[in-house]
Design a protein around this ligand. Structure first.
Ligand SMILES: C[S@@+](CC[C@H](N)C(=O)[O-])C[C@H]1O[C@@H](n2cnc3c(N)ncnc32)[C@H](O)[C@@H]1O
Length: 520
């Protein structure tokens, strides 16, 4: 159990370390054993101590693996070396909020109705651990968990018992919206409201054991809704899952109480996220990443956003870069509704052709790359599908073949549509906003690839596979502290098709811009 070296930090104060301090100071190794003496006065503390996790659950919970240097995960040394080895000498790392950053959590509900456990599994086991004072959670997630615990006890709700497949309440997802425009901007994060999704061990809301689900939703609303002393709860949803596998959510969702629509503000736009859609856990860091991403997409580009979720990246680019067209491709059909809602609040000046497609990016991926100048990929931790890597590596040869073919690349007539599978495909299972014509008449292939990764190991493999044939070269890379307390970081890497441009030569004579991020 870690001892507090200094008084626990407020979750709303991040550890500010000057770029120079990070660059020049040799990092002290984590203490081998924890001191038993009272802490020294704080002014002399090094960043590793002021940026310590100080969480009482550190050793029992599997959520965090690092106790010190939250501002600078150890893996950064390797990341920096990797990028240097591939010609990117100015890799930068942005660190934002170090505590209370997690705005989205999925937690197991186990134990008994009198003694419920709501938390993560212990490393390598299926033993859930209570984490009421989690330092990564937004504080209102912790408060909502405590309210939920009270509800389980008072209503005698039976948590799930995995071995037997019995009990009612399996998991809970908590997501915080910090988008309350009636509050001053500085108060919004702190006053975030929690959308609670209760995963119930029943087929639907009419099953006999679903009565307690309704009762629990009403309890949360009565005690945490707008009429309670502390308004904490945004809404409550039910999800129904009876399968005995490890998949958290079933296919059936029900809105039970509170506001149906959940809005957040990132990347310059209001986005709607249903509980069934993917959402980034670290809202603030994601916003910083999107701001950076915008710089690499030229105004008026045609963009393909693969692994798009509810289309947040594509839509924020459409709004900021006035893209000619944006195509979002996502395999989870539940994200479609969130995309449509987001578009309803879209700024009226955006007149891009925007579409969202329910499709698997690994099936005929070339059809999605056709007609775009920039492709953005944001795959799950396991990385890109091999068929997509192959398609990305083949682009120049596709271009050459198209040019040399007697039927010139741009001269298809309407009756030859069947030879343009991407057009036929783009019409399937899609939502289209704005003009279709732009999408259909553009036959360019991407020259810029922007890879957003939360899985460092898979990223390295994909990166090498893309560059081995010299089809793509790395131009820029940035890291973001999306998961403080772990060895995971989010990477944004920009690749260009063809040979690497000598940026130094291009820039010579120009004044150097002041850097605002931590150079490593
Ligand atoms: C890391 S999330 C990124 C989502 C989105 N870019 C965002 O930031 O909100 C990865 C997304 O890829 C989707 N996905 C996974 N495999 C896919 C595939 N083969 N084709 C299309 N989408 C896929 C997942 O459902 C998930 O929404």
């Amino acid at each position: 159990m870690p001892l507090c070296l200094i008084s626990p930090p407020s979750p709303f104060i991040t550890c500010r370390v000057s770029p120079a301090a990070v660059r020049n100071r040799p990092l002290p190794p984590p203490p081998p054993s924890l001191p038993s003496l009272p802490p020294p006065p704080s002014p002399t503390l090094t960043p590793s101590l002021t940026c310590a996790l100080q969480c009482p659950h550190f050793q029992s919970c599997s959520g965090c693996t690092e106790e010190f240097n939250l501002h600078r995960p150890l893996i950064l040394d390797e990341v920096d070396r990797f990028f240097k080895g591939h010609g990117v000498s100015d890799f930068s790392f942005d660190s934002s909020r170090l505590w209370g950053w997690r705005c989205r959590a999925k937690l197991a509900v186990r134990g008994s109705s009198m003694d419920p456990l709501i938390g993560l599994y212990q490393e390598g086991t299926h033993n859930a651990v209570d984490i009421p004072d989690c330092k990564a959670h937004h504080p209102n997630i912790n408060a909502a968990i405590e309210l939920l615990r009270r509800g389980i006890r008072e209503l005698n709700v039976e948590p799930y018992y995995e071995d037997e497949g019995t009990g009612d309440f399996r998991y809970v997802q908590m997501a915080v919206t910090t988008h309350n425009t009636s509050l001053p901007a500085s108060d919004r994060y702190r006053n975030g409201k929690v959308q609670v999704a209760l995963v119930w061990n029943s087929r639907n809301e009419n099953s006999p054991n679903s009565e307690k689900l309704t009762a629990l939703a009403n309890f949360l609303w009565r005690n945490g809704g707008p009429r309670s002393n502390v308004h904490l709860i945004h809404s409550v949803w039910g999800n129904f899952q009876t399968s005995t596998n490890n998949i958290i959510f079933g296919n059936r969702w029900r809105h039970l109480i509170g506001e149906r629509d959940f809005w957040e503000h990132v990347g310059g736009i209001d986005i709607s996220l249903a509980p069934s859609s993917f959402g980034q856990a670290n809202t603030r860091a994601f916003d910083a990443l999107l701001q950076k991403l915008h710089k690499y997409v030229p105004q008026g580009s045609s963009v393909t956003d693969l692994y798009a979720g509810a289309g947040v990246i594509g839509l924020s680019l459409a709004a900021a870069r006035k893209c000619r067209s944006v195509k979002c491709i996502e395999v989870n059909k539940e994200s479609k509704l969130s995309f449509e809602k987001t578009v309803q609040r879209f700024p009226s000046f955006v007149d891009s052709s925007i579409s969202w497609h329910h499709a698997d990016a690994s099936v005929e991926p070339l059809s999605w790359l056709m007609g775009s100048d920039v492709v953005v990929v944001d795959p799950p931790r396991k990385g890109l599908d091999p068929s997509l890597i192959d398609a990305l590596r083949d682009l120049s040869s596709v271009e050459r073949k198209a040019k040399s073919s007697s039927e010139s690349f741009g001269s298809y007539s309407k009756d030859k549509e069947e030879k343009r599978p991407w057009i036929l495909r783009a019409r399937e299972a899609s939502v289209q906003i704005g003009s279709k014509a732009i999408l259909e008449n553009n036959q360019s292939l991407p020259r810029t690839l922007i890879y957003i990764s939360c899985g460092w190991e898979s990223f390295k493999e994909d990166c090498k596979a893309l560059m081995v044939s010299k089809e793509w070269s790395l131009e820029k890379a940035h890291g973001f502290n999306f998961f403080p307390g772990t060895q995971s970081i989010e990477v944004l890497a920009v690749f260009k098709r063809g040979q690497r441009v000598n940026l130094k030569k291009k820039k010579s004579g120009k004044k150097k811009k002041k850097r605002v991020t931590n150079q490593l």
